[in-house]
Design a protein around this ligand. Structure first.
Ligand code: ADP
Ligand code: MG
Length: 689
C-alpha cells in the first residue's frame, strides 16, 4: 500500500499529544476513532497519562509497540516538529499535523513549516493547518473537527478534497442535514507535502469513490492535477471544483494585451474546461452537483420531463431549466396518449411539459404510472418530479413511488421539493433520489448531468531551438515577430522593411496599390498610439509620410527606429486578437478574442492551455460573441472560419515550438477575410526572455 493509502486506511494509528479529557480538542481524535468503529490499533502518546478511553497510553513515540501506519499530531507548532522527527525515525508512513501558525501565518511560520517538512524526511505529511481526514467508507477518522459530533453521517460515494479545513466541516454538516453521504474527506491545509492534486489522483483510483468534490484556492502542481483529471475522465468519475479567487481576476502588467485580458482565474476556467472538470459556480453547487452525479446516471441529451402536482413550482423549474440551457419539450403523441388514458384526462390538457398531475399526486398507482410513462418516452433524457405541499402528509409513499420508478429506468430522476421540507429532502437523498430545495439547483445539476465529451488530448510537439536562435531578449519588432509566426504557417501581410523614406517609397511601388506604412521599432510596442501607423497610402505619398512620421516620433520622444515597414493594405473581414502568454501558475496559455483597438473594451475572449487540439480551436471560435459576426451577421459575408482555426493552430504550434524563451506573443489584429479568402496577421509582437 502507498503511504497515502496507509494514511486513509491505517491498521495502527498513533495519536500524539492525546488528552484523557474528551471535552478537549486533543481528547476528540481517540474518541472519534472509537465512535466510528476503527478496528485497528490506537496508540495514544502522552507522558503524563497512563490510559485514555480504556487504551494504554505511551510516554513517547520510541516506546510504541511498533511502527504506526499513520499518526495524528495534536501538538502546537513548538513541539510538533520533534514529534514528526520521532515518528519518521520510528518508521511511521504518514503523519497529520493539525496545528496552525505555519506558512499561512507569517515568515517565521513559513520557516517552521519548512523545518517540519525536513523533519518528516521520507515520511509523508498531511498539513499542517488541516482538520485532517475522515474516511467514512472504512469508519476511520483522523480529525478533531467538531463536525464529527454529528451522529448521522451517511456513507456515500462522494469524496472531498479541501484546501480549507473549515469548509470541509461545513460540507460535512450540510451533507448530513440533507442525507447526502461521503466516502472520504481530506483537508490538505498548507500542503507542506501532500497537496490536493496528489490526493485527488489517489481518490480517483479509490474503489469507494465515484465523484470528487474539490474546494480549491490554487494549484501547486497543475501537471499532477491534469493527469488526475484525465484519468478521472477515463474512469467516468467526475471532478467538481469550487475555486475561490474569482473576483481577483484582474489584469497583470504585461506588454501585450493578452496578459491583461487573461486574468488568472480565467486560466483556471480554461484548465477545467479542457480537462473535463466541472466548475461549481456557487458554493451550494459544490454539494448539489456531486450529489446528483453520485447516482452514476447521466443525460444522453438535454431534454427533461417535469412532473408536477403544483403548477407554480413546475413553471418555476421549467423557467430555470431554460436559463440553464436545458430543453423542456412537449411530450410526444404516444406519451401524451398514455398519460391521458392513465389519468383519464383530455390529451389536450395533459400533453404539456411540465406535466401537471394534481390528482395522481394523491394516488400512488397513477403517480407511478405517470413517472414511468415519462421515463420510458424517447423524448426525454431525465425526469424531475416536483413535490408540492400535498406530499408532505405522505412522504414515504411519494418517495417510494419515485424510488420504484427510478429502478426501472436508467435515466436520471431528480426531485425538486417545493415547500420547506428538509426531512423530505433527507429521505429522498437517503434513498438514492437526488433532491433539491431550489429550482436553480435542479437546473444547474441537470446541466452537469448533460456534458459534452472531452476533446482529444494532444501531445505537445517538440521544442525547436532554431525558432528563436539569434534573437535578442525583449520585444521584437513587427517584422521579426511576424517572420517567426509565418514559419509555422500563420498567414501574414506581404511586406518589406525599408531603412529610410526612399527605400520605403521603392517598397511601396513594388507592393502596388494602397499600402500601410509603419514605424519599425523594437522599442515601440503600440505603434498607433504615437502616430507610427498610416493606413491607405498611395505609393507616391509614402516618402513624405515617412518624413512626417519621423518628425512626430521625435516630438513624442520615441527612440530612433530601426526603419520602416511597408505592407499591403488589407480590406474587409473581422479583426481578431490571437495571443499567447505564460500564466505564472498554470503555464502556457493561448487567447482568442475580438481584436483591434477595442479588444480590451469588449472583453470578448476565450482561453486554452497549450497544447490544444483542432476541436479545441474550433470550440474557442464558437465561444466568442464574435462568432456571430464571423458567421455573417445581418447580411454581411461569412468570414473564413476554417482559416481562422488554421491560424490558431499554427500560432499554438509556434508557441509550443518556441519553448521557454517566448514570454508573450500577439497578433492584433488578425483579419479574418470573407469565406475562401483566408486570414492575415497585420500586426505582430513577440517578447523574449
Ligand atoms: P499597433 O502597434 O498600434 O497595434 P497595428 O499594426 O496593429 O499597430 O495597426 C493599428 C491598426 O491599423 C490596426 O488595428 C488595423 O486596424 C490597422 N492596420 C494596420 N495594418 C493594417 C493593414 N496592413 N491593413 C489594414 N489595416 C491595417
Ligand atoms: Mg496592433
Amino acid at each position: 500500500m502507498s503511504a497515502i493509502g496507509a494514511l486513509l486506511r491505517p491498521r495502527s494509528v498513533a495519536v500524539i499529544g492525546a488528552s484523557a479529557d474528551a471535552g478537549k480538542m486533543t481528547g476528540r481524535p481517540v474518541g472519534y476513532l472509537q465512535k466510528y468503529g476503527f478496528d485497528g490499533d490506537i496508540w495514544p502518546v502522552n507522558p503524563r497519562v497512563e490510559a485514555i478511553a480504556g487504551l494504554r497510553c505511551y510516554p513517547d513515540v520510541a516506546s510504541l509497540p511498533g511502527a504506526p501506519d499513520a499518526a495524528i499530531v495534536l501538538l502546537g507548532p513548538d513541539r510538533a516538529e520533534a514529534a514528526v522527527r520521532d515518528l519518521a525515525a520510528r518508521g511511521c508512513q504518514a503523519a497529520i499535523v493539525l496545528a496552525s501558525g505555519y506558512g499561512e501565518a507569517n515568515e517565521d511560520g513559513a520557516r517552521k513549516q519548512q523545518a517540519l517538512k525536513d523533519a518528516a524526511g521520507s515520511m509523508r505529511l498531511l498539513g499542517p493547518n488541516t482538520i485532517g481526514l475522515v474516511n467514512l467508507t472504512d469508519g476511520m477518522m483522523l480529525s478533531a473537527t467538531g463536525a464529527l459530533e454529528v451522529g448521522n453521517l451517511a456513507v456515500g460515494r462522494i469524496s472531498v478534497v479541501s484546501q480549507s479545513g473549515g469548509i470541509l466541516g461545513s460540507l460535512l454538516s450540510r451533507a448530513a442535514d440533507r442525507g447526502i453521504g461521503f466516502a472520504k474527506l481530506v483537508s490538505t491545509g498548507n500542503e507542506a507535502d501532500i497537496d490536493s492534486s496528489e490526493m485527488i489522483a489517489h481518490l480517483v483510483e479509490d474503489e469507494a469513490t465515484d465523484v470528487i468534490a474539490v474546494y480549491m484556492e490554487g494549484l501547486r502542481r497543475p501537471e499532477v492535477f491534469k493527469r488526475a483529471a484525465r484519468r478521472a475522465a477515463e474512469l467516468g468519475k467526475p471532478i467538481v471544483v469550487y475555486k475561490v479567487g474569482r473576483s481577483d481576476s484582474g489584469a497583470r502588467a504585461a506588454t501585450s494585451h493578452t496578459g491583461a485580458l487573461a486574468g488568472a482565474d480565467r486560466v483556471y476556467d480554461a484548465l477545467f474546461r479542457q480537462y473535463g472538470v466541472i466548475r461549481a459556480e456557487s458554493f451550494t453547487d459544490l454539494l448539489d452537483i456531486p450529489a446528483a452525479l453520485a447516482s452514476g446516471r447521466r443525460m444522453k441529451g438535454d431534454r427533461v420531463a417535469i412532473l408536477t402536482s403544483t403548477g407554480g413550482a413546475g413553471t418555476l423549474l421549467a423557467d430555470n431549466c431554460g436559463l440553464a440551457g436545458i430543453e423542456v419539450p412537449m411530450p410526444d403523441a404516444v406519451t401524451t396518449q398514455r398519460l391521458a388514458t392513465l389519468l383519464n384526462e383530455d390529451p389536450g390538457a395533459i400533453g404539456r411539459n411540465p406535466v401537471d398531475v394534481t390528482l395522481a399526486g394523491l394516488r400512488p398507482d397513477l403517480f407511478r404510472g405517470a413517472i414511468d410513462a415519462l421515463l420510458e418516452s424517447p423524448s426525454y433524457d431525465a425526469a424531475v418530479v416536483v413535490i408540492g405541499s400535498s406530499a408532505l402528509a405522505t412522504p414515504d409513499i411519494v418517495a417510494g413511488a419515485i424510488v420504484e420508478c427510478q429502478a426501472r429506468s436508467e435515466k436520471p430522476v431528480l426531485a425538486y421539493v417545493s415547500p420547506h421540507a428538509p426531512h423530505l429532502v433527507r429521505l429522498l437523498n437517503g434513498q438514492g433520489i437526488p433532491a433539491f430545495a431550489t429550482p436553480e439547483s435542479c437546473a444547474t445539476v441537470l446541466r452537469a448531468l448533460h456534458r459534452p465529451a472531452l476533446p482529444p488530448l494532444v501531445n505537445a510537439e517538440a521544442e525547436d531551438a532554431t525558432v528563436l536562435a539569434g534573437l535578442p531578449a525583449g520585444n521584437l519588432n513587427e517584422a521579426e515577430s511576424k517572420a517567426i509566426f509565418a514559419r509555422f504557417g500563420v498567414p501574414v501581410t506581404r511586406e518589406a522593411v525599408a531603412a529610410d523614406a526612399e527605400g520605403a517609397a521603392v517598397a511601396a511601388r513594388e507592393l502596388g496599390g494602397e499600402v500601410v506604412l509603419k514605424v519599425l521599432s523594437r522599442a515601440i510596442a503600440h505603434k498607433s498610439d504615437i502616430g507610427g501607423v498610416r493606413v491607405g497610402l498611395k505609393p507616391e505619398e509614402v516618402s513624405e509620410a515617412c518624413v512626417t512620421m519621423l518628425q512626430r516620433l521625435r516630438e513624442a520622444g520615441a527612440p530612433t527606429p530601426e526603419g520602416f515597414l511597408v505592407q499591403e493594405r488589407i480590406r474587409g473581414g473581422v479583426e481578431m486578437i490571437l495571443g499567447f502568454h505564460r500564466d505564472p501558475q498554470l503555464g502556457p496559455v493561448i487567447l482568442l478574442g475580438s481584436g483591434g483597438v477595442a479588444a480590451e473594451l469588449f472583453q470578448d475572449t476565450t482561453l486554452r492551455l497549450l497544447p490544444i487540439s483542432r476541436p479545441d480551436a474550433e470550440a474557442m471560435v464558437e465561444e466568442l460573441k464574435a462568432a456571430r459576426l464571423l458567421r455573417g451577421y445581418r447580411g454581411a459575408a461569412p468570414a473564413d472560419i476554417p482559416a481562422l482555426v488554421d491560424a490558431v493552430m499554427a500560432f499554438a504550434a509556434m508557441a509550443v515550438a518556441a519553448g521557454e524563451r517566448l514570454q508573450e506573443a500577439e497578433i492584433n489584429p488578425l483579419f479574418v477575410l470573407p469565406a475562401g479568402q483566408g486570414a492575415r496577421a497585420v500586426d505582430g509582437l513577440a517578447v523574449l526572455r
